[in-house]
Write a protein that binds this ligand. Structure first.
Ligand code: MGP
Length: 257
């Protein structure tokens, strides 16, 4: 299915859970349920998550700090695309930051996307403040980079210069929690998408990658364009890192020559 801009909310399904009580929670999610108020402080107001979303959702204080740290580089750079939108944690923080003219969230799983739309409403995000795209983000990025023909005007880059106008945020699946078993996590082994897959899909746009805290920083550094820096930040909660975030700069014509 081609990536589709949603004009209305998707219906919540039986996969969009709100667990009130530990006895309802699958055993492998119980650790996350105990952290529910650090993940969404308004959890009790009927926050919904699919079971898969519990593993990857960015805790609210981290999402808010990333949104605070990330600003459009120039007035013309006004669009942020959360390509692995999930249950909405990051897109909600970007919308609430008020810094971006357009926040676009892409998610391929309909139930997860329904949760994200619902959670945005719980957080008081204005209807229309996030453009929701149902579909595969790699297909979406490829279409955008090819000029956006066939894409809804709500997500097209009208100026044409994607690298100047658009920033990508990517919080991909990490292939489970095996990253914890490695002192240094090889981003070439990340599944289903490696660091190289993400870089190829996002460039020339500046992109912000939310990665395991033990990620091999040398692999990230190798992607820095000549003479430019990549900022790498550990985002912590209660004294422990939750993730390593790499801020990859946009490429200009000079970088690719
Ligand atoms: P975690 O794997 O529970 O690690 O995820 P930790 O910190 O050892 O757990 P704790 O017991 O110390 O609390 C911590 C955070 O990493 C999650 O809240 C998510 O924000 C992020 N995270 C974890 N996984 C497995 C993923 C993933 O696959 N993708 C993304 N994008 N984020 C993830």
């Amino acid at each position: 299915m081609a990536p589709t801009v949603l004009k209305a909310k998707l219906p919540l399904t039986s996969a969009c859970h709100h667990y009130d009580d530990l006895s309802q929670v699958p055993w492998d999610l119980q650790k996350y349920w105990h952290q529910r108020y650090s993940i969404f402080q308004h959890y009790d107001y009927d926050i919904r998550l699919t079971d898969d979303a519990w593993f990857g959702v960015t805790p609210e204080p981290v999402a808010a700090q990333i949104a605070a740290d990330l600003s459009p580089r120039t007035p013309a750079s006004d669009t942020i695309i959360d390509i692995f939108g999930g249950a909405g944690g990051n897109s909600i923080a970007f919308a609430l930051s008020g810094k971006w003219r357009r926040v676009i969230a892409v998610e391929k799983d309909a139930a997860t996307l329904a949760c994200a739309q619902h959670n945005a409403e719980v957080y008081g995000v204005d209807e229309g403040a996030i453009v929701w795209v149902h579909g595969d983000c790699f297909e979406f990025l490829a279409q955008l980079k090819a000029g956006g023909d066939g894409l809804d005007p709500a997500v097209r880059c009208e100026g044409g210069d994607l690298a100047a106008t658009t920033t990508i945020f990517a919080s991909p699946p990490w292939g489970g929690v095996s990253y914890r078993d490695h002192d240094v996590f090889d981003l070439g082994q990340m599944r289903p998408y490696t660091l190289a897959d993400l870089y190829e899909a996002c460039r020339p746009m500046g992109h912000v990658l939310f990665l395991p805290r033990t990620s091999d920083i040398r692999q990230i550094a190798r992607l820095a364009p000549e003479g430019k820096k990549v900022d790498v930040v550990q985002y912590c909660m209660e004294g422990a890192s939750k993730a390593m975030v790499a801020f990859m700069p946009p490429l200009t014509a000079a970088d690719s020559s």
